[in-house]
Write a protein that binds this ligand. Structure first.
Ligand code: BG6
Length: 296
C-alpha cells in the first residue's frame, strides 16, 4: 500500500467508509449508510454515486468518463470553482474539478449519516485566489453538499461557484423540471439571449443550456419512467443552470456517449455571472444543496 493510501485509511469508519483506489487508481471513498450508498473521489472532491436503498442511482455517470489527474470526471457532481464556463487560457469551469482535494475529516452520526470534509489545497500554482475552500458532503436519506469559502486574505475575493449535478432520468423526453416558471434566464444555445420562462415546467425537445437568474427556491424533477420525484433544495445560491446536450453536442464530446443524453439532465445550483460572489476579507460563505427523492 502506498503512503498516501495508508494515511487516508486512517479516516475509514468501520461499516461506513472504506477508502481504496477507484477508477484510474484515483483515491475513492465508498460510503454505506442505513439508507444509501455513495462514492466520493478526492479528485475534484467529486461525488460520483449516490443511491438510496430501493431506488435507481440518483446521480448519473457517463460510461465514457475519464478518471485521470488533470481531467474532469463526466457525471456525478463536478464542483465548478472559482469560475463557471469557459475562460481564455484556463480550464472550463475552474480548476477545482481538476485538482485532488485533501481529506480533512470523516464522521458518522448516531442516526447513521456519514459526513466527509474535503479541503481544496491552497496556493495552487497559477491561481491568484487566496482563501480556504471546503466541500462537506453528508450522506444519508438525502445527499447534502456544502461548499464553504473563507476569505483569509487581506483583499476582497470574487468567484463563481456551482455544483454541476448530473441526475439519472428514465427518458429526457418524458421528464419535466418544475419550479422555474416566470423566471428570467440566459439561453446559451446559439448565442446568449435573455428570456423569461413562460412554461409551467421545462420539457426537453432539443439542446438546452439555460442560466436561470435570481432563483433561490426549490426545483423538482418529475420522472414518470422511473416513477421518481427529485427535489433540489438550496441556500446561498441565486443561480440555477439547466443543461442537456442533446444530439450534436453529445457527439462532439469525447467523454460522453452519443446516446447518453437520453438518461441524464443537469440541474446545477450556485452563483454565476452577475450573481458571482464577492467576499470581503475575513468573511465566509456557504453554498448548500440538499438532494432528496421519493418514488411516486
Ligand atoms: C454546463 C454549461 O453547465 O456545462 C454548458 O452550461 C456546458 O454550456 C456544460 O457545455 C458541460 O461543460 P463541460 O466543460 O463539463 O463539458
Amino acid at each position: 500500500m502506498n503512503e498516501q493510501l495508508a494515511s487516508l485509511k486512517e479516516h475509514e469508519i468501520t461499516g461506513a467508509i472504506v477508502i481504496s483506489p477507484g477508477q484510474g487508481g484515483l483515491p475513492r471513498l465508498l460510503i454505506t449508510t442505513p439508507a444509501s450508498t455513495a462514492e466520493i473521489y478526492l479528485h475534484g472532491a467529486h461525488v460520483t454515486t449516490f443511491q438510496k436503498n430501493g431506488e435507481p442511482p440518483l446521480l448519473w455517470m457517463s460510461a465514457e468518463s475519464l478518471f485521470a489527474p488533470g481531467k474532469a470526471i463526466r457525471g456525478g457532481v463536478p464542483v465548478c470553482f472559482p469560475w463557471f464556463g469557459p475562460k481564455a487560457g484556463a480550464p472550463a469551469h475552474g480548476y477545482a474539478r481538476l485538482t485532488e482535494w485533501n481529506l480533512a475529516a470523516t464522521s458518522a452520526a448516531p442516526d447513521g449519516r456519514v459526513t466527509v470534509r474535503l479541503r481544496l489545497p491552497e496556493n495552487l500554482e497559477g491561481v491568484p485566489y487566496t482563501g480556504s475552500v471546503e466541500f462537506i458532503v453528508t450522506v444519508g436519506d438525502t445527499l447534502t453538499m456544502e461548499l464553504q469559502v473563507n476569505n483569509h486574505s487581506t483583499e476582497s475575493v470574487t468567484f463563481e461557484e456551482i455544483l454541476h449535478t448530473y441526475f439519472t432520468v428514465g427518458d429526457i423526453a418524458a421528464i419535466s423540471v418544475k419550479g422555474l416558471h416566470g423566471v428570467h434566464y440566459l439561453d446559451k444555445v446559439g448565442g446568449t439571449t435573455l428570456k423569461t420562462d413562460e412554461d409551467d415546467a421545462i420539457r426537453f425537445t432539443a439542446e438546452t443550456d439555460r442560466v436561470y437568474l435570481d432563483t433561490t427556491h426549490t426545483v423538482e424533477i418529475a420522472d414518470p419512467q422511473l416513477r421518481r420525484l427529485i427535489r433540489i433544495e438550496k441556500s446561498g445560491s441565486a443561480s440555477t443552470v439547466v443543461w442537456n446536450p442533446w444530439v450534436a453536442k453529445s457527439k462532439a464530446m469525447a467523454d460522453f456517449g452519443d446516446e447518453e443524453y437520453h438518461q441524464m439532465v443537469c440541474v446545477e445550483s450556485g452563483n454565476v455571472g452577475a450573481a458571482q460572489t464577492t467576499l470581503a476579507p475575513g468573511v465566509a460563505n456557504t453554498l448548500k444543496v440538499v438532494l432528496s427523492s421519493r418514488l411516486v
